[in-house]
Design a protein around this ligand. Structure first.
Ligand code: ZN
Length: 451
């Protein structure tokens, strides 16, 4: 398969008339300054497609259900209560239908891959399905329907709080001890949908695992990606500090070997010392700006982190809205509103949009254990094409294009997307859009009758 782009971003350089040869899902050859050939798929602007590093697919179906204020009760924790009630009813078929919709929407938004932080494992009440990996298999099936690159992250969720309280209610569907969790990871390995799929582990948070359990699962999986929610909410910080004697990020960095295989999701509430230490560790900060804004989490310590050269990527987390440009712009705007300054998230000089986009491309690929993140020979062909004729982009120089994409363009400038060479979005539409959408509507109607 070959692609010809009028303009393309190679590393940090813009090139013209680039021909890309793709073999076995990887970029086999690159040549700029060439005329298109009849067999080429011709596109306007070709960029490395990002990995969406943090998703809970099923939460997409709750979007818009938690935006009503109830006196004295509006908070992250009441959102969580609704989430538990919701997932007390979800069937395997509904989970698959929602995940397929979400992954399709991600690809149409320009994401080639997803890190699915998968924590619903069992039947309502907590009894495992006949196959322990039943719900993971539903995620694999959704990935197959859409062709998205998947890093599956089964979640270890054992306790209801940092004092190791037992799980209750909706949480019972999440629960595994270390032994059953490691069994689940093993069961998933032969079932992954594509050669480029990956498996990692996700100790849910310092609230839901114990230090001993965390060390055990890390020792058992010494090379896989590790993702963990951390320091999302101030209450979590004070709870962990009371129980473990240190703030969450500080505790994690000083008690386990946090390195390049780690992705710390949110890391919202960090002191400057924690921020610098996280940047030095080589781990990725997994930022979810739309969800963090929606839940009122707080603002990432971005200026300090970028100054230290910290790795980062973006994820859509609750999937309340799936928009790659909006993730990038929300990230930058939150910093501007706090600092009363413009162009905050750039180290030294340069384009904010390009800095955020290329940084999130590299960091997202690192977090997902994926050979991707830039257009380069040998990398997976995770590629996205943009329509430059849009009025918000057609006036811009090459080096302004991603600023236009991030700050000015509407959603919907994506024309084509390849996930490891699988050409899933063409003309702005996912090739399986109608079937996936019909399936979702039928599944969600059944669900809503129960809520
Ligand atoms: Zn999350």
């Amino acid at each position: 398969m070959t692609v010809h782009a009028k303009t393309a971003l190679l590393g940090s350089e813009w090139v013209h008339n680039l021909r890309v040869e793709i073999e076995d899902g990887r970029i086999a050859a690159l040549k700029s300054g060439t005329e298109p050939k009849p067999e080429d798929t011709r596109v306007d602007v070709l960029l490395p497609a990002l990995a969406n590093l943090h998703s809970h697919a099923f939460q997409r179906a709750m979007a818009g259900m938690t935006e009503t204020r109830v006196a004295g009760r509006e908070s992250f924790w009441t959102w969580r209560t609704l989430m538990y009630r919701f997932l007390d009813r979800l069937t395997p078929a509904q989970i698959e239908a929602i995940a397929a919709l979400v992954y399709m929407e991600m690809q149409e938004a320009g994401y080639a891959a997803v890190g699915e932080f998968h924590y619903v494992h069992h039947q309502p009440g907590g009894t495992p399905y006949a196959q322990l990996s039943e719900l993971s298999q539903r995620i694999f099936s959704a990935a197959s329907q859409t062709g998205i690159g998947l890093t599956h992250l089964p979640v270890l969720y054992t306790y209801g709080g940092v004092a190791q309280e037992p799980l209750t209610g909706g949480q019972l569907r999440f629960g595994n001890d270390v032994e059953r969790f490691l069994q689940l990871v093993e069961d998933c390995k032969p079932l992954m949908p594509y050669a480029d799929s990956q498996i990692g582990i996700a100790p849910h948070s310092l609230r839901a695992t114990s230090p001993d359990d965390l060390r055990q699962v890390l020792n058992a999986t010494p090379r896989d990606p590790v993702h963990i929610h951390i320091s999302e909410q101030e209450k979590e910080v004070t709870d962990v500090e009371a129980a473990l004697g240190q703030r969450p990020v500080d505790w994690l960095l000083s008690n386990v070997d946090v390195n390049e295989r780690w992705c710390l999701i949110h890391a919202t509430h960090m002191t400057d010392d924690e921020t610098r230490a996280l940047a030095r560790s080589g781990a990725v900060a997994g930022l979810c700006p739309i969800t963090e804004a929606n839940l009122g989490d707080g603002i990432f310590n971005g200026a300090v982190y970028i100054e230290q050269g910290g790795a980062f990527g973006v994820g859509s987390d609750s999937n309340v809205r799936i928009s790659l440009p909006e993730e990038l712009r929300t990230l930058e705007y939150s910093q501007r509103l706090r600092d009363k300054a413009r162009t905050v998230l750039v180290r030294g000089e340069g384009s904010v949009g390009q800095t955020l986009y290329t940084g999130a491309a590299r960091g997202g690929a690192q977090a997902l254990g994926r050979d991707a993140g830039e257009i380069a020979i040998g990398h997976l062909a995770d590629l996205v094409a943009i329509d430059r004729s849009h009025p918000t982009l057609c006036t811009l120089r090459d080096d302004q294009l991603i600023d236009g994409l991030s700050f000015a363009a509407p959603d919907g400038t994506v024309t084509d997307l390849w996930s490891a060479g699988r050409h899933q979005v063409r003309g702005g539409r996912h090739i399986a859009r109608d079937a996936i959408l019909n399936n979702y509507r039928a599944a969600i109607n059944d669900l809503l009758e129960d809520i």
